[in-house]
Design a binder for this molecule. Structure first.
Ligand code: SAH
Ligand code: SF4
Ligand code: F3S
Length: 439
């Protein structure tokens, strides 16, 4: 009987895509996907360490497997991703969970095939974590499970060292993929019928900044959007210190590129932005939004915000609120600052009490939700193009997103997954829209 795998993923889109690559490796080894975790012969945890709660989730879920491992001693448990890459965490995991069989890092998931073979031979625990990133490995074929959407890496790692962030420590320095690999991957995805391509990087705007690709991000985006066929192009994440008009000009040129930019602002206070080492000001940020909307009046922005960063005063926080109102984001991910060991911010003296952080996050979430709700209401009566991506069994409705990432639900007698449909919006419920297909 064929052996089966189950992958548990935490963290960002990049990690979700990495899990697709891990699935590709496991299938190459001969495993097939298990329908439940209980059925699996190998369970792989692809972890995240961006905030403490991401780590706590992983600790909890790995711990819960102790019993399963006892019941089935043949079960292989592998732990990889950003957490195992973090200084000191491998030791903690090793000691806390002696039943883990394989440990690998975010920088060498490609080794999983060899590590499994070694584990099967040696019977003892196999651990391999790299200190530094090697060159980009191009020969891992992802096993994609997100049709009609597909993610494509354009850069790995990060050079920015925002003072709160652990990513540069666990993902290494920024490396850009060669344009020919990216373009041939996108071409092949479009040929296979994928309808939405998202280019991924921690800071897509610095693509090729080391001179290794002969192309800027704007040029790459232009080349991707020039590929024939009906599909959408998205990209994330844009960094306000490097986002520029050249990118917006390319957006103007191609209707395929969604009029949505994910541009994390983090804070509305110049003082805090400086302490965060973000290397832009509130004014520069607002200028970019203005530039975007002057070229593309329909364009929307989404963002990430951190509250409770060390030294954040009520005044600083209110500046964030004011910025959120001024930009009128389509949506925003909001986070409470979480100190990460080894980062500059974790050593700052003026850490903010949890009660203050909680109060600010609640106020901010309320504000963001009210803006999103208001945006939803403006959709009423309008017709929007939705890319259908799934069927919701409970609701008995198909669902998909418009170019701004807004979820729309609708009824259909025929399978619409992978198709663009036009929906006349009849109901807006919080962040979700409901509508009827119009031809
Ligand atoms: N490269 C992207 C973001 C990657 S991490 C960028 O520069 O925007 C995704 C988000 O997690 C960040 O935008 C930030 O808002 C949040 N984040 C990162 N480190 C954090 C920390 N220590 N505490 C709380 N939120 C954090
Ligand atoms: Fe982290 Fe800053 Fe790099 Fe984003 S740009 S991954 S927030 S260091
Ligand atoms: Fe992503 Fe988490 Fe790593 S956000 S890059 S999986 S630390």
């Amino acid at each position: 009987m064929q052996e089966k795998y189950h992958i548990v993923t935490y963290g960002c889109q990049m990690n979700v895509h990495e899990s697709e690559k891990i699935a590709g490796i496991l299938r190459r080894v001969g495993y097939e996907q298990a329908s439940t975790i209980e059925e699996a012969d190998i369970i792989v945890f692809n972890t995240c360490c961006i905030r403490e709660n991401a780590e706590n989730h992983a600790f909890g879920n790995i711990g819960a497997l102790k019993k399963m491992k006892k019941q089935n001693p043949r079960l292989i448990i592998a732990v990889g991703g950003c957490m195992t890459q973090e200084k000191g965490k491998t030791e903690i995991l090793k000691n806390k969970f002696p039943f883990i069989d394989i440990m690998f890092g975010a920088l060498n998931f490609e080794d999983l095939e060899t590590l499994i073979a070694r584990k099967k031979q040696e019977k003892k625990r196999v651990i391999e974590i790299l200190e530094e990133a090697r060159g980009i490995v191009e020969d891992v074929e992802p096993y994609r499970t997100s049709y009609p959407n597909a993610w494509v890496n354009i850069t790995y790692g990060c050079n920015n060292f925002c003072s709160y962030c652990i990513v540069p420590y666990v993902r290494g320095r920024e490396r850009s993929r060669k344009p020919e690999y990216i373009l041939s991957e996108v071409r092949s995805l479009v040929e296979q019928g994928y309808k939405e391509i998202t280019l991924l990087g921690q800071n897509v705007n610095s693509y090729g900044a080391d001179g290794s690709t002969g192309m800027t991000f704007a040029e790459l985006l232009d080349a991707v959007a020039s590929i024939e066929g009906k599909f959408r192009v998205r990209f994330m994440t844009s960094h306000p210190k490097d986002f520029n008009e050249d990118v917006v000009k390319v957006m103007e040129k191609h209707r395929k590129i969604c009029r949505l930019v994910h541009l994390p602002v983090q804070s509305g206070s110049n003082e805090i932005l400086r302490e965060m080492n973000r290397r832009y000001t509130r004014e520069k940020y607002l200028g970019e939004i203005k530039m975007l909307r002057s070229r593309l009046p329909e364009a929307e922005a989404t963002t990430d915000i951190i509250v409770g960063f060390p030294g954040e005063t009520e005044e600083d926080y209110l500046q964030t609120e004011a910025l959120v109102k001024e930009v009128d984001f389509a949506s925003a991910f909001t986070f409470v600052y979480s100190p990460r060991q080894g980062t500059r911010a974790a050593k700052m003296e003026n850490q903010i009490p949890e009660s203050v952080q909680k109060d600010r996050i609640m106020r901010l979430v309320e504000l963001v939700n009210s803006l999103t709700r208001k945006k939803s209401e403006t959709y009423l009566g309008k017709t929007v193009e939705i890319l259908c991506e799934d069927y919701d069994e409970k609701k008995g409705l198909y669902l998909g997103r418009d170019e701004f990432g807004r979820m729309g639900y609708f009824k259909s007698e025929t399978d619409k997954i992978g198709e663009f449909v036009h929906l006349k919006i009849t109901k807006a419920n919080g962040i979700s829209l409901y509508g009827e297909i119009v031809e």
